[in-house]
Design a protein around this ligand. Structure first.
Ligand SMILES: [Fe+2]
Ligand SMILES: [Fe+2]
Length: 256
């Protein structure tokens, strides 16, 4: 059995060490690997990445992550990536990564994603060149997800991770005028093209946890303000039909 934990929007900064240590310790007890779906740092400063790395050093678990918009804010994203990679964090940006245990292969694909909004009110390639440039970025992120998912398509299970949302379904209490800044239906279409088991994202701090794409791929908003604690899934080959729903929050907590 593989136990997968996921969280997002941990916004590491001075003063958050205690909260982060608590998260990491809980996950280390209850899971085999941890996904962090972006906004790893609060202001996009490399010293915040160093703080996070030092906390993660205490965890024996593999950590797989994507960056979020906050991680780009001071244009230190490359240094942030290098800092975390030096501490063993796997950062996905259009890549796939495989975790294997007991003959079960779990493929993870991820990228940051981008805004653009959700159908039928999403950005289109129309009008001034500047709108078309923005739309190109929307499509580029969707293609990255395609590439990552294709790279792990031979796995028993496919899970996708983005910072931005692939569906309007998890927007919850976010104000509708913000939707174009919070995600894109194009990401959801990539999930559908590859038939992923489920996807996780963050960024929508006021969103709701559970949703799905237009074609019914389960999507979970694991932003820390939404879920409070990491969600955990169990990949049990004896119960494949049960895998798409999280079985617990760490530590302890009700089964949902
Ligand atoms: Fe965030
Ligand atoms: Fe964000």
């Amino acid at each position: 059995m593989i136990r997968l934990a996921a969280i997002a929007d941990i916004h590491a900064r001075r003063g958050t060490e205690g909260v982060l240590r608590g998260l990491v310790e809980a996950v280390a007890r209850d899971a085999d690997l941890l996904l962090i779906a972006g906004d790893l740092t609060d202001s996009g400063l490399v010293e915040e990445a160093r703080l996070l790395a030092s906390v993660l050093d205490a965890s024996p678990l593999p950590v797989v992550a994507v960056l979020g918009n906050h991680d780009f804010h001071h244009q230190q994203q490359l240094a942030i990536q290098e800092t975390l990679a030096a501490h063993g964090v796997v950062l996905l940006d259009g890549d796939g990564w495989v975790f294997e245990r007991g003959g079960v292969r779990l493929g993870i694909a991820g990228c940051v994603g981008f805004g653009g909004g959700f159908r039928p009110y999403s950005l289109e390639s129309f009008g001034e060149p500047e709108w078309k440039l923005l739309y190109d970025k929307v499509v580029e992120e969707s293609r990255k997800l395609d590439r990552g998912l294709a790279a792990v398509s031979d796995c028993d299970y496919l899970v996708a991770m983005t910072h931005y949302s692939p569906t309007v379904d998890t927007m919850g209490d976010e104000p509708p005028p913000l939707y174009p800044f919070l995600g894109s239906s194009e990401l959801g279409q990539a999930l559908e093209r590859h038939g992923v088991l489920f996807a996780v994202h963050g960024h929508a701090h006021r969103g709701r946890r559970d949703g799905c794409t237009d074609q019914g791929i389960p999507v979970f908003n694991v932003a820390l303000p939404v879920v409070q604690r990491p969600l955990i899934w169990r990949f049990d080959p004896r119960r494949p039909e049960a895998v798409a729903q999280p079985v617990a929050v760490a530590p302890g907590g009700p089964v949902t």
